[in-house]
Design a protein around this ligand. Structure first.
Ligand code: HEM
Length: 490
């Protein structure tokens, strides 16, 4: 009873503190002009309501709030007072002002777990320097030379299917996307094996803590993520970084450290530099891994459910394969550039199951917006998923229809907004890399395998789109690529 009373008093005290803070913050920073909305419960605001909605197959939180309050509303999500923007034009406007009126504003748990020096969390000159380094490593010439390395990893994945009857696509795509980004960052030294397994397992634990409440108590997701972070760094430095770099092999870690050392930032001690490099590596692993894995997973789900899409996709890849008859059968950058329908499938998958549902910014001055004011220090959440489900731009938005992206648009101003890779100065630098790896994955999937979908998966969307059973397929290797998919239901 005493315990219950204490909690009650604690909540009450927090409530008054919150109200006090909010009223004062309002007076001091013109947030009386915040848009309408609801701040929900003390402390947690509407976080649980949002998470609950996203954990269903039909998230309605945003749509209901729009009906009630309009396209821009205030809320309290992930522990922060925020303005939520749901319209494409507003979001593009905000993203374009990164570094001017807004800076990146990811939840505390993000910084805690990944470190404050990831590209996503840095601002100003340090961000510009990191961005330059990352963009340079992901430019077309570099990607062109990566095709065969990525294809090797994809083939390794599909070879392992030969001994399996049922595959769990979530597990396969997660480990494939991890291996691809690991190879990109650290080359062959982190290729499959026990070290790769250990780092990968810890990485999953780390990801679980990214959006958890930042409470450092034994057993919390946040604490487990911090421990996993420490183990990953320890393992990488002991097992990978201490080994000599093979000739022509990747070493993003050493190269980034060297690049940043040359920038000569004031106060950048060797210790700071080491911590910055560690954060950057974890940030890259995170940015380039879960998003791509989730897109591969949902692409397989959608094409399995739409035989007409699968048929057109298969035809595209068989044509590419047929053109190689008698010559080198390996894929090239030019093949990738010819995978036109595949790109529509990928874009449609990203539209329907947008991996990054919310982008976070923080106002660095009072920003007037649509007759309201986003006060200095207030977060702004850009609801990308909402944009992609807006019937004003996408007819039957819930329907998977890659052909919708084929329509010729005469006036670019009428192009439906597509923001899965963000926008403005922080537009995802890995977009082409992601499309390349997903395309190579789809190429080998549709030309090598037939499959039957095991039903019964529930879809949900928090923190990323996911399937309750991970999408299980009963697979059979194609005897010849023109075999049709076998169709019995399990
Ligand atoms: C389908 C896959 C992917 C999706 C949907 C995606 C989405 C995004 C989005 C929405 C942002 C913008 C974040 C913001 O503005 O706050 C972003 C940034 C970023 N992405 Fe990706 N991404 C994907 C794949 C990748 C890959 C493969 C890499 C690396 C190889 C990568 C590296 C990054 C980095 C470093 C940033 C931070 C950029 C900056 O702050 O300047 N991403 N990504």
């Amino acid at each position: 009873m005493i315990y219950v009373c204490s909690i009650f008093h604690l909540l009450l005290a927090n409530f008054f503190l919150w109200e006090f803070f909010f009223v004062n913050c309002s007076k001091s920073s013109s947030s009386f002009l915040l848009p309408p909305g609801s701040l929900g419960l003390p402390l947690i605001g509407e976080t649980l309501e949002y998470m609950k909605s996203m954990n269903t197959s039909n998230p309605v939180f945003m749509a209901q709030h729009r009906i009630k309050f309009g396209d821009m509303f205030k809320s309290k999500l992930m522990g922060a007072l925020c303005v939520v923007a749901t319209k494409a034009d507003t979001i593009k406007w905000v993203l374009a002002r990164d570094g001017k009126q807004f800076v990146t504003g990811y939840p505390k748990s993000f910084k805690g777990v990944l470190g404050s020096d990831t590209a996503l969390n840095t601002v100003g000159e340090q961000w510009k320097s990191t961005r330059k380094f990352v963009v340079n490593g992901l430019r077309t010439e570099h990607l062109r030379s990566r095709v065969s390395v990525i294809e090797d990893l994809v083939l390794e994945c599909f070879d392992s299917w030969e001994t399996k009857q049922i595959v769990n696509v979530r597990e396969e795509t997660k480990s494939l996307a991890f291996n691809i980004i690991a190879q990109f960052l650290l080359g062959s030294r982190l290729r499959s094996g026990p070290v790769n397994d250990a780092v990968r397992e810890d990485f999953y634990i780390l990801c679980e803590g990214l959006l958890a409440l930042p409470i450092k108590l034994p057993g919390t997701k946040f604490s487990k993520a911090l421990q996993a972070r420490a183990r990953i760094i320890e393992t990488l430095e002991r097992e990978v970084m201490s080994k000599p770099r093979p000739e022509n092999d990747e070493d993003h870690y050493a190269d980034y450290m060297e690049h940043t050392r040359r920038e000569n930032f004031p106060g950048m001690t060797e210790e700071r530099l080491l911590e910055k490099t560690r954060s950057h590596m974890l940030g890259m692993m995170f940015a380039g891994h879960e998003t791509a894995a989730c897109t591969m997973l949902f692409a397989v789900k959608y094409i399995s459910e739409h035989p007409d899409v699968l048929a057109e996709l298969r035809a595209e890849h068989e044509k590419i394969q047929a053109a190689k008859y008698g010559s080198d059968s390996r894929l090239t950058w030019d093949d990738f550039k010819n995978m036109h329908f595949t790109q529509h499938v990928i874009i449609e998958t990203l539209r329907l199951s947008t991996p990054v549902a919310l982008l976070w910014r923080e106002a660095i001055e009072d920003v007037p917006l649509h007759g309201y004011v986003v006060p200095k220090g207030c977060k702004l959440a850009c609801a990308l998923r909402e944009v992609h489900h807006d019937p004003a731009f996408y007819e039957n938005p819930k329907q998977f229809n890659p052909w919708r992206h084929q329509k010729e648009i005469v006036n670019p101003a009428n192009k439906p907004p597509f923001l899965a890779f963000g926008g403005g100065p922080r537009l995802c630098p890995g977009a082409d890399f992601a499309k390349l790896e997903i395309s190579i994955f789809l190429h080998h999937l549709v030309t090598k395998y037939q499959w039957e979908l095991c039903r019964g998966d529930e879809v949900s969307y928090f923190p990323l789109p996911k399937l309750s059973k991970g999408l299980q397929l009963r697979v059979k290797k194609c005897v010849k690529s023109t075999d049709t998919m076998f169709e019995t239901s399990l």
